[in-house]
Write a protein that binds this ligand. Structure first.
Ligand SMILES: Cc1cc2nc3c(=O)[nH]c(=O)nc-3n(C[C@H](O)[C@H](O)[C@H](O)COP(=O)(O)OP(=O)(O)OC[C@H]3O[C@@H](n4cnc5c(N)ncnc54)[C@H](O)[C@@H]3O)c2cc1C
Length: 395
């Protein structure tokens, strides 16, 4: 039987990085993945430029049933630690917005960095390998795989979440965790566009492609000032993806279409200074024309309605709509397009210092399969690096 000190399941961001760091400690490491290529999500991330971290990383930018769980790992492996590694490999980066660091090179360069780190430390990677079953007996793990049985002292599970099944996502980590007695926080699609009912969808179809800066929030969770994008199915864009992680079925979402602007004063002043201006013209000075036409219709005003024709009550109503436009999504686009999975292996039986199971010593869960989900903007890779580094200290 093949023997290895540390067996890592999943060759994504977390698994490869953990493998490299464990191998650097001098341990024998084998990383297995059922896909043809490693770290495919790194390749498609950040529009092909991998938004590999965020300078504003703090535990409060992550969702988890235990909001304190991520603190220790994030504090011990910081965004600058990964930047240093990038620099060592000759890679460069730039900050796009809101602390988001993107690779100047294509995201394939980050995959190569991970593969080089693993290989240089003597770690082995085997792709297109299925894992049929895992048991723990006589002090070690035995994985039944398409390569045959493999015995390992330590087992690190880094097989990710359920998002984008066509890229090889499986429920493997959750099933294995349950087998060893861990609870699972029900996984749900996160960082995902909203879909709408037929009525809204028809209206939004005319605005497909329109992007506008807004402040959006779900019933619970923080609000996000970023762009909203109308799609032919509903709503997307960074502000919507961010609030989708906090949204629950049946709840409305609230959108301020003029963040930082006092809409009532704006309309009242416009009515005083330019009474002949149409409502659509007035709105179009601050919002895209197609959205302005839609909003005027929502306020039961035709495109030719002049500001002078609006009563104070009507102006008040329109201002309210601009500041707190409430919409009820029918649902989300689901696993097909969700960037990440919220929920996962419950943190209550994991060590926050090492990611080791408190039920089964020697078993570790890292990366997206754990119930720690970052905001949009490089936070999820930072969690992959930090949780991998935490586990690699002892795994
Ligand atoms: C389109 C898109 C863009 C994204 N962009 C960004 C971004 O710019 N910045 C950011 O921070 N995050 C981004 N993310 C999120 C980020 O990609 C993930 O959070 C991160 O990849 C998680 O790393 P991981 O190693 O835990 O899991 P994964 O990267 O999902 O890796 C898991 C690995 O396990 C393998 N695997 C799964 N099941 C099995 C099984 N049963 N047997 C064997 N192998 C298995 C998979 O093939 C995969 O290689 C993006 C996600 C998507 C989908």
């Amino acid at each position: 039987m093949q023997q290895v000190e540390t067996l890592i399941l999943g060759a994504g961001a977390a698994g490869l990085f953990c493998g490299a760091r464990v191998a650097q400690r001098g341990r024998s490491v084998l990383v297995l993945d059922h896909s043809k290529k490693p770290a495919e999500k790194v390749r498609i991330s950040g529009g092909g430029r991998c938004n590999f971290t965020n300078l504003e990383t703090e535990a409060n930018r992550f969702l988890s049933n235990n909001p304190h769980f991520a603190k220790s790992a994030l504090a011990r492996y910081t965004p600058w630690d990964f930047c240093s590694l990038m620099a060592e490999h000759g890679l460069t980066w730039h900050e796009k917005t809101l602390g988001q660091l993107f690779c100047d090179q294509k995201s394939g360069a980050v995959i190569q960095l991970l593969l080089d780190e693993l290989a240089n430390a003597g770690g082995e990677l085997r792709l297109e390998t299925s894992i049929h079953a895992v048991v723990h007996e006589h002090g070690s793990f035995i994985a039944q795989t398409s390569l045959g049985p493999i015995r390992a002292e330590h087992l690190v599970v880094a097989t990710g979440g359920l998002s984008i099944p066509k890229m090889g996502a499986t429920a493997f980590a959750y099933e294995l965790a349950e087998q060893f007695g861990h609870d699972i926080v029900t996984p749900r699609p996160a960082l995902v566009p909203f879909t709408f009912t037929d009525d809204h969808r028809d209206a939004f179809a005319d605005m497909s492609g329109v992007s506008v800066p807004v402040e959006a929030c779900a019933t619970s969770g923080p609000s996000f000032v970023e762009n909203l994008l109308f799609t032919h199915r509903g709503l997307s864009g960074p502000s919507i993806l961010q609030i989708s992680s906090y949204w629950h079925q049946g709840e409305p979402v609230e959108i301020d279409l003029l963040p930082g602007t006092h809409a009532l004063s704006l309309l009242q002043e416009a009515k005083t200074n330019a009474p002949k201006q149409t409502l659509v013209q007035c709105l179009s000075e601050h919002l895209p024309a197609r959205l302005s036409t839609y909003l005027a219709a929502q306020a039961h005003r035709g495109p030719q309605t002049r500001l002078a024709e609006l009563s104070n009550q009507q102006i008040d109503h329109i201002a309210q709509m601009l500041k707190s436009w409430s919409l009820k999504p029918a649902g989300t686009e689901g696993w097909r397009t969700a960037e990440v999975t919220a929920g996962g292996v419950a943190t209550d039986a994991l060590s926050s210092r090492t990611m080791e199971s408190q039920i089964q010593p020697g078993l570790f869960f890292i990366g997206e399969c754990v119930d720690v989900t970052g905001w949009l903007g490089g936070y999820n890779f930072q969690w992959a690096w930090a949780s991998a580094a935490a586990a690699a200290g002892v795994a």
